[in-house]
Design a protein around this ligand. Structure first.
Ligand code: MRU
Length: 361
């Protein structure tokens, strides 16, 4: 891991200026999301293993952002190994890909990003290391730029689903910080606001890592989009009082039958939304859809450290020695999903057939 650089998070900043990941001085720089909103700092990365550590430790998080980071991790490894022999280059690259693949298991974008880089590498067979490394860097930069374009496209589709004045509940952070920019769920909200709709956001705090309280609330406050923070156990109350018009969340992996893995607690929100007749929308790029798995039961669910549940940072509130579970994601069955919002359009009541159609032409 490289040097930190910092600046104040001014209240006038917009998401356009928040570059979650950026290429600077021959390195990848990523906003340290563990310390937001108290501080806004970048950490620089120069190898696949350092990027893998950045992903594992949640400096960068959110499925699309993880995919972009992994792509840069592959490019950085190639740049680092430029001077090596052909055999050492190949061995080093395989080791880099392995360590990246082991960083976090649930977001399929990680594997999607690495596969895309591997294909580019394979297409450069016989070329010198330097040319391969440069080509891989160009591809990583294209993946980053493409992610923003995709989020803007899906945002525009999703915005049409939200009525003027909608009060939209979201869980975790599927914003600019979880992507290369604009966001998926928050991208839908941003696009609706840009289209002139008066949208207000209800942000679930999102225990245990507090992505809602720390990141979603921060992003919305930066842009003066009205946001109300609630703890995770308040959403049922809000829905029962008629204070939620729609739910929009992101996802880490969609199975080929439309089951959706997202931040722990999403399933609970989806069940409540159905009970109260509130639409439950899932916004994601096609790269988050894993056609290789039949259903949500096949999605690997990351279990994180007990420390995240027994306390936060230096403060421990649970009894020493207590047993803890900390699954980081849950699976919402497709029948609870009102629609998937993608860059290719909106898929109402997603199922196997409709998902196959999304990928045709
Ligand atoms: O553990 P995290 O913070 O990486 O989890 C993130 C989420 O669950 C997001 O909702 C998901 O990745 C979609 S981000 C556009």
């Amino acid at each position: 891991m490289g040097k930190r650089s910092s600046r104040c998070a001014s209240s006038r900043e917009t998401e356009v200026k928040v570059e979650t990941l950026r290429w600077a001085n021959g390195q990848l720089e990523m906003v340290d999301q563990r310390i937001l909103p108290a501080a806004f700092e970048y950490i620089a990365y120069d190898s696949a293993s350092s990027v893998a550590e950045g992903i594992r430790s949640m400096v960068v998080r959110g499925a699309p952002a993880i995919g972009v980071a992994a792509a840069f991790g592959v490019a950085l490894e190639a740049l680092r190994l430029q001077g090596a022999s052909e055999t050492d280059f190949e061995k080093g690259m395989e080791a880099g890909l392995t360590v990246l693949a082991q960083s976090r298991p649930t977001a399929v974008n990680l594997f999607w990003g690495m596969e895309r880089m591997r294909r580019v590498w394979a297409g450069m067979a016989g070329r010198d290391n330097r040319s391969i490394a440069q080509r891989l860097l160009t591809e990583a930069q294209e993946i980053l730029a493409e992610d923003i374009r995709i989020n803007r496209a899906l945002g525009a589709h999703g915005a049409e689903l939200l009525p003027d004045g909608a009060r939209v509940l979201t869980h975790c952070n599927a914003g600019a910080l979880a992507t290369a920019g604009h966001g998926t769920a928050l991208g839908v909200i941003r696009s609706a606001v840009e289209a002139g709709k008066r949208i207000s956001v209800i942000a679930d705090e999102t225990r245990p890592f507090l992505q809602g309280a720390r990141l979603t609330a921060w992003e919305m406050v930066q842009e003066n989009i009205p946001v109300t923070l609630i703890t995770d156990n308040m959403s049922g109350f809000m829905m029962s009082r008629g204070e939620v018009d729609a739910v929009v969340v992101g996802t880490d992996r969609v199975a080929s039958n439309g089951d959706v893995a997202n931040k722990i607690g999403t399933y609970m929100v989806a069940v409540l939304a159905q009970r109260h007749g509130i639409p439950f929308y899932v916004a994601c790029p096609l790269s988050t859809i894993d056609r290789g798995i039949a259903s949500g039961a096949d999605i690997p669910i990351e279990e994180r450290s007990a420390d995240e549940v027994t306390g936060f940072r230096d403060c421990q509130w649970a009894a020493q020695g207590v047993m803890v579970r900390n699954p980081a994601f849950d699976v919402t069955p497709a029948d609870l999903v009102t629609a998937l919002i993608t860059e290719k359009g909106v898929v109402h009541q997603p199922n196997r057939e409709l998902i196959v159609n999304l990928f045709s032409d």
